[in-house]
Write a protein that binds this ligand. Structure first.
Ligand SMILES: C[S@@+](CC[C@H](N)C(=O)[O-])C[C@H]1O[C@@H](n2cnc3c(N)ncnc32)[C@H](O)[C@@H]1O
Length: 222
């Protein structure tokens, strides 16, 4: 990887990163802090982390060992850097593909473990692929009892659309609609899939160059 690219991705020190992501961190840090970890050694998390994001720091403060944390990253250069630097289990894939979520589910099933936290910080707009991932998470019972699912989507971030109508739909349909619909479908298929206890949405804005993007963090507690 060129050093400029590495600089951009990973050498952004915590101060610079937090300056850029202050609006995001003001929302996500309290939500992450509120995750209850009763037994750190048996608490597992699936994340889309980055070098100086808050999620690893918060989980470390709660005593969760790095070996219990799985990170997924679709970009190969980013993945290699994170594997070298973060010390967690990194998987190189796009979580939106069925292959990778099924892979993660089978690792957990082999270990007889479930995730206390799944934080999918996608940043793009909600898309059919994300619906498939949610379906796997619910039907494969990847979340522990009292597990928490966090989903972030960007309202005006670009994505590839097969038709303009999809863009219209995905920018106007609230994220909670996706979660509600997928969970309802999954519970119809398998009534032992748990309903959620609470669903909350938090909005924040962040600026990247000249454009400002609006994000929705959805917190689903089971
Ligand atoms: C928003 S960043 C993570 C930021 C981090 N959570 C923080 O707060 O600093 C999202 C990361 O997930 C990766 N990503 C996005 N969509 C993905 C997908 N479908 N599968 C795997 N990785 C993905 C991106 O390449 C990026 O590195």
């Amino acid at each position: 990887m060129s050093s400029r690219r590495e600089d951009r991705l990973f050498k952004l020190g915590p101060a610079a990163r937090h300056r850029r992501c202050a609006g995001k961190d003001a929302v996500t840090v309290p939500v992450l802090e509120s995750v209850v970890v009763r037994s750190p050694k048996t608490f597992y998390a699936l994340l889309m982390p980055c070098y100086s994001g808050p999620e690893l720091e918060v989980l470390a403060r709660k005593g969760v060992p790095k070996s219990n944390i799985w990170g997924i990253e679709k970009d190969l250069a980013t993945f290699r850097c994170m594997r070298r630097r973060l010390g967690i289990n990194m998987l190189h894939d796009a979580l939106s593909s069925d292959k990778s979520i099924v892979h993660v589910a089978s690792i957990m099933a082999e270990m007889g473990a479930r995730f206390g936290l799944i934080y999918l910080d996608y940043f793009g707009q909600p898309h059919a692929e994300h619906v498939r991932v949610l379906r796997h998470i619910f039907l494969r019972k990847m979340l522990a009892e009292s597990g928490i699912l966090l989903l972030t989507f960007g309202k005006n971030r670009s994505h590839r659309y097969v038709a303009r109508i999809n863009q219209k739909l995905s920018t106007s349909v609230p994220v909670r609609h996706y979660v509600d619909t997928v969970l309802r479908q999954c519970r119809k298929k398998d009534p032992s899939v748990s309903p959620y206890k609470t669903l909350r949405e938090f909005r924040y804005k962040s600026r990247q160059g000249p454009s400002e993007h609006e994000y929705v963090l959805t917190e689903v507690k089971f």
